[in-house]
Design a protein around this ligand. Sequence first.
Ligand SMILES: [Ca+2]
Ligand SMILES: [Ca+2]
Ligand SMILES: [Ca+2]
Ligand SMILES: [Ca+2]
Length: 294
Amino acid sequence: MRRRTIPMGILVLLNLYAAAASAPSSPYGGGSGVIAFDTERGGNSEIYSITWDGSNETNITHSAAAEFNPDWSPDGCRLAFERTYGAYTEICVTNADGTDAKRLTFARLADCSPDWSPDGTRIAFYSKRDGNNEIYVIGEDGADEIRLTECPADDSYPVWSPDGERLAFVSDRDGNPDIYTMSVDGTDLARITSDEATDWLPAWSPDGSRVLFASERDGNSEIYVMDADGGNPIRLTDHPAADYSPTWTTDGLHIVFGSKRDGTPHIYVMDADGSNPQRLTNGSNGDYSPDWRP
Ligand SMILES: [Ca+2]
Ligand SMILES: [Ca+2]
Ligand SMILES: [Ca+2]
Ligand SMILES: [Ca+2]
């Protein structure tokens, strides 16, 4: 029987595959197990990261300006965030270690809440540059800005669906803040909450089938989940303090969120059904806006 040898090129590929398969991944939540957030610790707001078990707290931005609302790129290598320049905020990006920070917008008005597209090429945000808050999309290099909404109401907090086909966002165009979705070209608008209370801060599940949001419909801010078409809303938190800023872990089995339940605003995790809430951050300064690193 003729003996067959594996060509060297295949061996190299196999070794590369083995190295990729053995790359560190989190035993909790999937992905890297790292959470970015913004925090007031240290005198002005910075973007920090922390591991899911509360270890490896790291200051990423280290600047005299205030930074808010971090959002990981789909490959987990970069962060988009807001940075203040005097009285206004602009959208910026940086490497995960804080190097190569770049400013993407120069409108000298509040540009807020960046959200990276699933293919990594574009960033959605909201801005008052045209007179009232509208949803915009910009290339990850700052080019090719387009406006997606044109409505005198406030349109804010855009987030991409995992398939890149739609954006969820918040608008008060029907009288109070509700959550809507639209195609990425701004057409095919759908309203998916209709409660008279404030409904906001949407976040798609990793499989795109559900949307997390925060609402005051039961008297104080709680976290809810619903189908992506607005059906079957379920309350996940039940605490007299404010619970807000929900986001999913990569595996969709857990939810990271902000809460004032211990007085100072901190970052918490819970199971996707709302059970087992646990606090991740400590200290006397507020921690906000968590985002799970892929
Ligand atoms: Ca800072
Ligand atoms: Ca508007
Ligand atoms: Ca509402
Ligand atoms: Ca609450």
